[in-house]
Design a protein around this ligand. Sequence first.
Ligand code: HXC
Ligand code: NAP
Length: 260
Amino acid sequence: MSFQNKVVFVAGGTSGINLGIAEVFAEDGARVVVLSRNQERVDAAVAHLRGMGGEAMGFAADVRQYQALSDAMAATVTAWGPIDVLISGAAGNFVVPAAELSANGFKTVIDIDLLGAFNVMRAALPHLRKPGASIVNISAPQSTQPTPHQIHVCAAKAGADQVTRVAAMEWGPMGVRVNAISPGPIADTEGMRRLAPTPASEKAWTQSVPLRRFGTKREIGLVARWLCSEEASYINGVVLPVDGGFALGGSSAQAHNMHA
Ligand code: HXC
Ligand code: NAP
């Protein structure tokens, strides 16, 4: 498995799980592009990846802005050639009861997590290596587990999973594989800081994972790299849980614990 000089584009790649994925590709010799809204965070992530000895560049753009994405993809191809791997993981989340969520709050998460997922894939399509490119969207357990106080994320991630599956059917004939990874609770991430802000809620989440621990960003990165490799060349259209067994039933029970 070598991604030496392969072009890896990570939307939402400036922190957390997505930066962890970028690191795993970078250590394998890939040329990594990160994109997120905040220029300072983009610069920091690029410096970090270069500090690991890799080639990296970045773009400040919002996944809700199609043209900005398209421009970033085109600039990537001009610099480094067609995109071999696309990771799409930009997302927004906050914990709120549905009765207190405004229509705009719901729309905001749909726009980032669902429309954004489509935008990233669609804007990348003309710039992907065909045949041979691989797309990995970052899902979440909420896509299949109805989770209280997460109505916006549940709806958005469920929709994004169907975007993954339909694109896998339509783009497979071009030689582009489209899959998703659904991480469980991952340590030291913004997502879990929001969902498990207290030691008690962190403990409740941990108890909901059959392996009784949070995952690591590196564990997600290693699976993402494998999923994009030749070793996984016949996998297309799956949403793969990487969650210590969390999706087997823990998330809705956990959410009730957290908010009881
Ligand atoms: C209720 C809220 C809210 C909150 C925002 N809103 N935060 N409503 N509770 N805590 C509402 C606002 O009032 C507004 O509605 C609307 O949402 C838009 O808010 P903005 O602040 O203008 O949105 P924006 O600047 O676009 O920021 C998006 C964001 C923000 C999602 C709100 O938190 C963000 O940028 N997040 C990115 C980082 C992140 O969330 N990372 C975690 C990903 S983890 P009104 O009606 O007032 O106009 C994840 C899953 C984890 O996705 C799964 C773990 C198992
Ligand atoms: P994170 O660190 O907040 O990562 C989110 C990334 O997306 C950041 O780089 C952020 O940078 C970027 N982003 C947010 N909104 C954007 C927008 N509108 N346009 C472009 N970029 C945007 O969160 P995380 O917890 O690691 O989550 C990463 C992914 O994993 C998400 O898809 C999340 O749903 C999924 N996930 C997380 C967990 C977990 O345990 N944390 C579990 C399951 C699934 P900017 O702020 O600079 O834009």
